[in-house]
Write a protein that binds this ligand. Structure first.
Ligand code: 5GP
Length: 186
């Protein structure tokens, strides 16, 4: 993989601008605050891709809330395709039994990772569990899972930025974009 020193040069198309993302995150935060009014929430986010979304979303939710972080890696796939085989690298640091849990995800692609996580978290006996994903690629879905809050539906393209990487790079871009083909060439 060859990336430029100026990462912006590797992006062929900006799919979602910084402003579009900011407006959407405010909107999601308002909806979640209204839906859970009078309750306490536990936000669980999945490292590393969901980190910017989690950081921005939690500050738009006006409720008493806790956060927890998991890290998973899917293995057996390629740099741009997930395999559905999920390994937990970091588990929750506190119990979630009897808690209202909102799983905060960067992107739902095949749905295999989410499917695994939901089953895993249900086993910890939360009061409720819902899902908030910034990006949804419905065209590639292999497992049908209801996503309660979706930021944007996007076409079937491999995207980077706002947390999402290619080869661990590009996570710090403030927008979501599609890489130029040259950036994929090794
Ligand atoms: P799924 O299991 O739904 O196929 O994939 C979920 C995970 O694959 C996401 O959390 C993300 O880490 C990765 N992923 C899926 N699509 C993309 C994409 O377009 N760009 C990047 N950077 N990662 C993706």
């Amino acid at each position: 993989m060859k990336h430029s020193q100026d990462l912006n040069e590797d992006v062929g198309e900006i799919l979602l601008s910084e402003d579009q993302i900011r407006i959407k995150v405010v909107e999601l935060g308002k909806r979640i605050s209204a839906d859970y009014a009078g309750r306490e929430l536990t936000l669980v986010s999945v490292l590393k891709g969901s980190l910017p979304f989690m950081a921005d979303l939690m500050r738009q939710i006006d409720l008493p809330l806790r956060i927890d972080l998991m890290e998973v890696s899917s293995y057996g796939g390629t740099a741009t395709e997930s395999s559905g085989l999920v390994r937990i690298l970091k588990d929750l640091s506190a119990p979630i039994d009897d808690r209202d849990v909102l799983l905060v995800e960067d992107i739902i692609d095949t749905g295999l990772t989410l499917n695994y996580l939901i089953r895993y978290l249900r086993g910890k006996n939360p009061r409720s569990i819902k899902v908030c994903a910034l990006l949804d690629k419905p065209a590639r879905r292999l497992v049908e899972i209801p996503i309660d809050y979706v930021g944007f539906e996007i076409p079937d393209a491999f995207v980077v930025g706002y947390g999402l990487d290619f080869g661990e790079v590009y996570r710090n871009l403030r927008f979501v974009g599609v890489l130029r083909p040259e950036a994929y060439e090794s």
